[in-house]
Ligand binder design. Sequence first.
Ligand SMILES: Cc1cc2nc3c(=O)[nH]c(=O)nc-3n(C[C@H](O)[C@H](O)[C@H](O)COP(=O)(O)OP(=O)(O)OC[C@H]3O[C@@H](n4cnc5c(N)ncnc54)[C@H](O)[C@@H]3O)c2cc1C
Length: 414
Amino acid sequence: MAAAGLLCESPDVFDPDETHVAFESAVRAWCERALAGEVPALERGEKLPYPLLRALGRELGLAEVLGATAERKLAKLRGGAETRSLREGGGDLAGDPLLTSILFKEIGRVSPGFAMVLMATLGCGMTILARGSAELVERFAIPILRFEKIGAWALTEPEAGSDAFGGMRTTAVREADGWRLRGQKTFISNAPYADVIAVFARVARESGEPLARPIVVERGTAGLEVGPPLRKMGMHDSPTGDVFLDDCRVPLGHLVGALESESRARGAAALDTLNMERAVMPSICLGILERCVEESVRHARTRRQFGRTIGEFQAVAFTIARMEVALENARNLVTKLAHAQKQGRLDARLASIAKLYCAEEATRAALAAVQVHGGSGYMADLPLEKLARDAKMFEIGGGTNEIQLQTIARALLA
Ligand SMILES: Cc1cc2nc3c(=O)[nH]c(=O)nc-3n(C[C@H](O)[C@H](O)[C@H](O)COP(=O)(O)OP(=O)(O)OC[C@H]3O[C@@H](n4cnc5c(N)ncnc54)[C@H](O)[C@@H]3O)c2cc1C
């Protein structure tokens, strides 16, 4: 084992190949052609993001590769010959985390809100795929991952945010023929329009403490109500809402994963998805940083005041230089995360470091980019004011900055 502190302890060189380069160009082209022009209408609520989401899945082949990954898992669950695990996938999106990072980075450059829509539906699909039964995978994970159904992932409650597990009040009580769910979830991405919601509930067990587990609830189930989209500071193109469960009854088979065999009091399935979110969100923030640097450099080179370009003023030049430092660091962290995921060793500490750093720096850079652009930066004609409003969300959603610090400190001091 290498001595502590040696640079070579973490060989994180992860060179992109032609597949990555081609995929990045394809996603960029799609975002510029299909998404960028729609963002203002999405932001004003004149259009919903879901037809575009389906187009993204279809036109970039994501529905095909993710659907095929889910089909393979189904074959495995049914005892078929397929043995590749999700982590071992050969070059497809699920098997190559760098492709996932590229996808979210590129969308993040144009609309972090739209990236959130994608992340929430995939979060639901992947939660079911990772631990669900063959029946759940077939009925819910496959249609979600083929972009035919929209998913949502509901952990947060009005009285349980940062302390999502400790404070959880939503319960699932076992009855003769199913689960009876009671409770409320809040701030849930896609909830107002989702076909399928993975609802986390405290599930009573025959022995031991109740466990927080996801239970699949379909739109239209009696006792399930979703609220209208909530008004927010940013991410107006990502519908967010409440979920009300009032004696909502779902079949016993809708519980995702085993119950009695699991002894961990904290929801392992929720932590998997939270860690997935913490790995994806830095990529979206990287996209924000990249766009802010590009726009600021372009503006600083062309905008003239006092007879010279504003880039000639040290205050402006240094602002952009600081943004570039953050961009480089964020890029390294995202690459390191993808590498760790590929090796199957993504840990909470690294995911939290990346999420904290990238969210803070994206927020700072987006506000700085508005400043570099002056009045035009504050106007909605440019993407910067949206990037600044959207960036702030990443300091809160998926665990606040303070919770990331707590996770990092725990890993060091435990
Ligand atoms: C746009 C948006 C979309 C979202 N989408 C989803 C979704 O799809 N699914 C889902 O389940 N949730 C979702 N969330 C919820 C999000 O994960 C929570 O808002 C977040 O975890 C914080 O919880 P809270 O809002 O209850 O804040 P609180 O937990 O009440 O925190 C308030 C403040 O107290 C601080 N604090 C709390 N505990 C500590 C501590 N121990 N030490 C130091 N400081 C602390 C926090 O850092 C924060 O500054 C979304 C949120 C937003 C804004």
